[in-house]
Write a protein that binds this ligand. Structure first.
Ligand code: ADP
Ligand code: MG
Length: 251
């Protein structure tokens, strides 16, 4: 159940530390995302951005620190039931779509709502068709993922995340594997979601997009948040020379 305190952040990380074997990858991350906000995370490859998102979903457990999604202590999930409850609330879209190749587009959208949420097949199909309409792919309902372009597959992946009616969605470099000409169609879908008030965390290399749509931007390097601020401040007047150097190479 959502907590009563609507002013509390929907996502809060406090002093999150995570190592793989002896290699520290997250070294004291603090991050807040309010309901309805879009927060972007930028930074060089290997700085721990994907690891951070996986911690928010409960797929990885930090060795130290706290992660809260609403009233759920994600760092201390005890049972499969608690984990599944969290997964219903947190949508996740990856760089590599991860659609089920042997299922049609429609089935990709209905399988989890039916199996995990116990929704009626007919109801799940109606909702799936509505969501495919939202990403302009209603006409591909019977197609298989392999028959679609990268941009179309990624829009299906977003619709599939929405089919679970999540409270927030994490996007991990969802346009990085796409042909340049299909990036825009995916960003358009994400922009609409943000305008509708979906809480979003985006790891992205699309700096202009991040600047336009974010309420806050975090710059990470070597597992720490170097700085964060409004997109206007961070992109135009970065405080840290590290941020400045990174932006010079990417903008
Ligand atoms: P980013 O998404 O910013 O590129 P990642 O979070 O994917 O960074 O990775 C951060 C660091 O952690 C990298 O050095 C990567 O090699 C390492 N890493 C990521 N996942 C694992 C894993 N499962 N086991 C060991 N090392 C990992
Ligand atoms: Mg990554």
């Amino acid at each position: 159940m959502p907590s009563a305190d609507l002013s509390a952040p929907l996502i809060a990380l406090r002093d999150v530390h995570l190592s793989f074997a002896d290699t520290p990858v997250l070294r004291g991350i603090d991050l807040d995302v309010q309901r309805g906000q879009a927060v972007s995370i930028i930074g060089p490859s290997g700085s721990g951005k994907s690891t951070l998102l996986r911690c928010i979903t409960g797929l990885l457990r930090p060795q130290r620190g706290q992660i809260r999604v609403d009233d759920t202590a994600v760092h201390a999930l005890h049972s499969d039931a608690e984990f599944i409850a969290l997964r219903k609330r947190v949508g996740f879209v990856f760089q590599q779509y991860n659609l089920f190749p042997h299922l049609s587009v429609l089935e990709n959208l209905t399988i989890a709502p039916c199996k995990v949420l116990g929704r009626e097949r007919r109801e799940a199909q109606d909702e799936a068709l509505r969501l495919l309409g939202k990403v302009c792919l209603e006409h591909k309902a019977r197609a298989y993922p392999g028959e679609l372009s990268g941009g179309q597959q990624q829009r299906v992946a977003i619709a599939r995340a929405l089919a679970m009616r999540p409270e927030l969605i994490l996007f991990d470099e969802v346009t990085s594997a796409l042909d340049p000409e299909t990036v825009g169609e995916v960003l358009r879908v994400i922009r609409e979601l943000i305008e509708e008030g979906m809480t979003c965390v985006l790891v992205t290399h699309e700096m202009r997009f991040a600047e336009e749509i974010s309420d806050a931007v975090y710059f990470t390097e070597h597992g720490v948040i170097v700085e964060h601020g409004s997109p206007r401040q961070l992109f135009n007047e970065p405080r840290s020379p590290r941020t400045r150097a990174f932006l010079q190479h990417t903008l």
